[in-house]
Write a new protein. Structure first.
Length: 389
């Protein structure tokens, strides 16, 4: 215990000399009282505690050096095409200079188009993402139900447009509704209300509402209405049956329509063949000289004309046929007139040949004596006349 006490004593003796701190007068022992070793020791410890607890004055922090901001170079968004100057000097030929200017203009145009296409591509990509998100968020089952409803509705629409449905349902129903409208107009009642009464299933309810709607109707008109009621029920039942089996009914109606179209096409083909044959025979009767023209085969023309359907004829072919039909009669008429004129000239030429003397002083023999008869063809007579000259 003695050793650790001696060390602080020496430190306490040396402390007043090392620390230049103001002494606390109240803590010192009174000079009038006799000083003891323990009192001096306690006073020394008190002075040390006071010296260590006094805060040292804070040292001021060094002010940060002001750093001047480095100048930022302004970046100008300039097009490198603009840096291409038109001042190219005197080294280039005028042709090269013009080409340089054209290429510069084309480059600027292509750049602008490229920017526009990029912008459109960005917009399209954004739209695709939006639509994809909408599709993915929708319920698949709901879409399938809507698709099934649409297909069913489309099947009914297609069924109602078929000729078989119109003949079996639409046309008879329209005829009955028209009769009901006439009766309603006669008694000045609402035709829709009368049709609603006709559409009821309960006969007793039909009679009650009919009596309320048309109390002054005659027995004849009531009988007509009852007749309409009896006729309309089978039609509505047939329509309901077709609606419940729309797919099968549509397939059957299409098959029936195809059969009717095939039968109609065959009938039209037979009719075309008959008409074409009659026309060709009539033309051959009116123009017998066609048989003597080389390369003209009337049988092939008849077959081709009978096999061609006018409803599917190409517009160009139709135009040619229409123009030829108007031009051909005039051409034939002119040809016949010229032929008659040539025959007349040939006859006169033959007369001149018979009347003119020959070089020997003798008259020429007539054409009949030269081997050409009166029934000779036009070509034979012309050749004979020209050969005798």
């Amino acid at each position: 215990m003695d050793a650790p006490v001696e060390a602080p004593v020496e430190a306490a003796v040396e402390a007043p000399e090392a620390v230049e701190a103001p002494t606390n007068i109240d803590a010192l022992p009174d000079a009038t009282e006799p000083a003891s070793f323990e009192a001096s020791l306690e006073a020394a410890f008190a002075n040390m505690d006071q010296a260590t607890t006094d805060p040292e004055p804070p040292t001021p922090d060094p002010e940060p050096e002001s750093v001047e901001p480095e100048p930022v170079a302004e970046v100008q968004d300039t097009d490198p095409i603009e840096s291409l100057t038109d001042d190219i000097g005197d080294d280039w030929t005028p042709k090269a200079a013009n080409r340089f200017k054209e290429l510069k203009t084309e480059l600027k145009t292509n750049r602008s188009e490229l920017d526009m296409l990029r912008q459109q591509s960005t917009e399209y990509q954004s739209k695709i993402q939006e639509l994809t998100g909408l599709v993915e968020n929708k319920d698949v089952e709901q879409l399938q139900e809507r698709l099934a409803e649409y297909e069913q509705q489309q099947a009914l629409t297609n069924l109602e447009q078929t000729p078989a449905y119109q003949q079996a349902v639409s046309q008879p129903l329209e005829a009955l509704v028209e009769q009901a409208d006439q009766i309603a107009d006669k008694y000045e009642v609402d035709s829709d209300a009368l049709i609603d009464v006709l559409s009821l299933d309960d006969p007793q309810e039909q009679e009650e509402q009919l009596s309320e709607l048309m109390p002054s109707a005659s027995d004849r008109d009531k009988a007509k209405i009852y007749r309409i009621m009896e006729d309309i029920d089978p039609i509505l039942q047939r329509r309901e049956h077709l609606y419940s089996n729309a797919d099968a009914a549509l397939a059957e109606a299409k098959q029936l329509e195809e059969q009717q179209q095939a039968a109609s096409a065959a009938e039209n083909a037979q009719l075309r063949q008959n008409i074409t044959r009659n026309v060709v025979e009539r033309v051959q009767q009116k123009l017998p000289f066609l048989n003597g023209i080389d390369g003209l085969d009337m049988s092939a023309i008849q077959q081709k004309a009978s096999e061609t359907d006018p409803s599917v004829l190409h517009p160009v072919d139709h135009a040619y046929n229409a123009v030829s039909a108007q031009v051909f009669p005039t051409v034939v008429r002119q040809y016949l007139e010229m032929r008659k004129e040539v025959e007349s000239l040939t006859d006169r030429l033959a007369e001149y040949e018979e009347a003119e003397p020959a070089m020997s002083g003798q008259t020429r023999a007539p054409l009949t004596r030269a081997g050409v008869s009166d029934t000779a063809s036009f070509e034979e007579r012309v050749n004979a006349a020209l050969g005798a000259v």
